[in-house]
Design a protein around this ligand. Structure first.
Ligand SMILES: *[C@@H]1O[C@H](CO)[C@@H](O)[C@H](O)[C@H]1NC(C)=O
Length: 310
């Protein structure tokens, strides 16, 4: 009786779209060693922010995921451990039904070595590659014919391994480079992080047009993640303006089958709404069909299924 009452209450109190329960895969977050783990086994390449240093272990993450009803996650290799993938690989090994990983490409490697390393990490549970354009030397391109980036990008098409690009300083800076990648290897699945990092301002609006233009390439997808990084200081939780000016046009252009939710844990912990607020905000924007894609379907199409092996 009590249970029935609370279900009815829930159905009335929250938007209709949020009143269903569904598998949820968080397509974008990080874990890193706590201070003591860093001192013993997993040294930092660069220390994480002090306020979050001890809040980004796999166990701290699972606590948040459980509270928010999130079933699985794609762990993106954090810059704090740079190219040392042992901490994330350990997390995947410990919780294989919950975690998959996206490795960080090292632009210093020769094409042969870069592809070899990709293949090794794929064997230890990695299912995607992150390109951070700021790790390339000034003036060098991800799509350069002679570079390891293009060799890895092409090999990823054969391995079924999507490549995520982080355009922290603005999509427009990397747009031509991204187009070149797509044209040189159209079968590679390309994922743009964090709504393309197009802040709600004039510069962001221009970049956002470029992001929408990429929708004509069927193998390009976008993470609906880190909403808090896209506010341009004119929006805040629960991100109504990001919804209207970024999410809805993206949904129209790309369709839900090329969008996927992500939190950007642990950074999201320091924002209003926290982890479950971020997940539930995106959930509240979706009807049931779109939710099936954005909450887990797109991530599983690109990265494989999460859950117990059958
Ligand atoms: C997208 O990639 C798939 C393989 O992942 C390929 O079969 C298809 O041709 C690609 N689409 C385009 C338009 O290049």
């Amino acid at each position: 009786m009590m249970r029935l009452f609370s279900l009815v209450y829930l159905a009335c109190a929250i938007p209709e779209a949020a009143a269903f329960s569904m598998k949820i895969i968080d397509s974008h977050l990080h874990v890193w060693a706590s201070k003591s783990e860093a001192e013993s086994n997993f040294p930092y390449d660069q220390p994480p922010p002090e306020s979050l240093q001890n809040n980004a272990t796999p166990e701290a993450l699972i606590e948040q995921m459980d509270k928010a009803g999130v079933d699985g996650a794609l762990i993106v290799q954090p810059i704090n451990h740079k190219y040392d993938h042992s901490y994330v690989a350990n997390a995947i090994k410990k919780y294989p039904h919950k975690f998959k990983g996206m490795l960080l490409h090292d632009p210093e490697l020769s094409p042969v070595m870069a592809v070899k390393r990709l293949e090794e990490l794929v064997l230890s549970g990695y299912v995607g590659v992150r390109f951070n354009p700021y790790l390339w030397n000034e003036g060098e391109l991800m799509s350069a014919d002679s570079g390891g980036g293009l060799a890895v990008y092409k090999r990823c098409a054969e391995l079924g391994c999507p490549v995520g690009v982080m355009c922290f300083k603005g999509l427009e800076l990397h747009y031509d480079d991204i187009l070149a990648l797509i044209e040189k290897s159209p079968d590679t699945q390309l994922v743009l992080d964090h709504l393309g990092f197009c802040a709600l301002n004039e510069k962001g609006d221009e970049a956002f047009k470029q992001l929408l233009a990429l929708s004509k390439y069927p193998n390009v997808s976008v993470k609906v993640s880190a909403l808090f990084r896209n506010t341009g200081s004119v929006d805040s939780f629960p991100y109504d303006k990001v919804k209207a000016q970024r999410f809805q046009p993206l949904l129209e252009a790309f369709g839900s089958k090329r969008l996927m939710v992500g939190s950007d844990f642990p950074y999201v912990l320091e924002t209003e709404g926290g982890y479950d607020g971020a997940i539930n905000t995106v959930k509240s924007w979706l009807n049931k069909d779109d939710a099936e894609a954005v909450l887990f379907g797109t991530a599983e199409r690109l990265f494989g299924k999460w859950g117990a092996l059958e």
